[in-house]
Design a protein around this ligand. Structure first.
Ligand code: NAP
Length: 293
């Protein structure tokens, strides 16, 4: 039976560390770290995600400086809001909540965020820094997966890892991080022929295909560590992932649940990026290097 990769518990432990860093530096800096979550329009799922992020900020002492623009805002207005946040000395992290309303292209707006305030780690410069192994804010979801693996004692050097999915948000940075940790990495995508034959080679399998239940028993090598990034609302209520949990649990050595696995870790890494940016700007030690892949 697989060990549970408990993201909820680890995220709480990371929040406690962050709260201590904030409390220790706040008087010296004269202000708390600030995170601006910028929401455009009224996508209902985004509303839930933004509320979760705002609650997490308040738990660790990060000031929430977000704004909510109407869905029909022109690109110039969103851009001007981002530029205002770039220039605001109280803001250490900026996150543009995706998806944007139809008609707004995310590329130029993500590019407008100051790379050193890029709390989501999705700016082109920060993806380039990841590629080159240079420090910088890392993409939150794959960084959260790396922290979950490390906290569970999963060693990666020399391991055969397979990532299902090649998005810029998850799959690509995930593959780079696993490779930087000396795993031998393959990336599968929608044109991969015989997905199961590839994934059965994986000692560490990260599934980020955005397809409910795409990975089942036939895809998993006995004893593999399986991380389920997917998150979907079931028509009958509740959430599920890309992995058929009931089938894979008896085969894998470790498995992340949905909910309670990667989701809370993504939020925790957003807070990490914000607190680290605040520390950098003020020359403070943060002691969080183990969370920066
Ligand atoms: P995405 O942009 O839709 O990318 C999905 C990737 O999976 C694509 O590269 C696609 O291949 C590949 N794929 C699709 N069908 C496949 C198949 N049958 N076999 C193999 N590969 C297949 O999605 P994403 O943004 O990366 O997100 C993936 C999932 O993670 C979603 O369920 C999302 O909701 C979830 N997510 C969760 C968190 C969290 O915090 N828990 C954070 C972010 C995302 P092509 O490139 O060929 O199209």
């Amino acid at each position: 039976m697989a060990t549970l990769l408990d993201g909820r518990r680890l995220a709480a432990a990371i929040e406690a560390r962050l709260a201590a860093v904030v409390a220790a530096g706040r008087d010296q800096v004269g202000r708390p770290p600030g995170l601006a979550v910028l929401r455009v329009g009224n996508d209902p799922a985004s509303g839930v995600y933004v509320a979760n992020k705002e609650k997490a900020c308040s738990r660790v002492g990060i000031l929430n400086l977000g704004s909510h623009l109407p869905g029909d805002s022109p690109a110039a207005t969103v851009q001007a809001t981002i530029e205002g946040l770039n220039a605001d000395p109280a803001v250490d992290g900026i996150l543009l909540q995706l998806p944007l309303p139809p008609g707004l292209a995310e590329g130029p707006l993500l590019a407008a965020i100051d790379p050193d305030k890029d709390a989501d780690g999705l700016h082109t410069l920060n993806l380039g820094r990841l590629l080159k192994g240079e420090p910088g804010p890392r993409s939150c979801t794959p960084a959260g997966v790396m922290a979950l693996l490390a906290a569970s004692g999963v060693t990666l050097a020399g391991k055969r890892a397979v990532v299902v999915g090649r998005s810029i948000l998850v799959g690509q940075p995930m593959a780079l991080m696993l490779q930087a940790a000396d795993a031998t990495v393959s990336v599968a995508h929608s044109r991969t022929v015989d997905l199961a034959a590839l994934t059965r080679q994986a000692e560490v399998l990260v599934v980020a295909a955005g397809r409910p239940g795409i990975v089942g028993a036939e895809h998993v090598r006995p004893g593999a560590v399986v991380v389920d990034v997917g998150i979907h609302r079931r028509p009958e209520g509740g959430l599920c992932g890309d992995v058929r949990h009931d089938e894979v649990e008896p085969i894998a050595s470790a498995l992340s649940p949905v909910p309670g696995g990667v989701g809370p870790m993504t939020v925790a890494m957003l807070l990490v990026n914000t607190v680290v940016a605040w520390c950098h700007r003020h020359g403070l030690e943060h002691g969080l290097d183990d969370l920066l892949p």
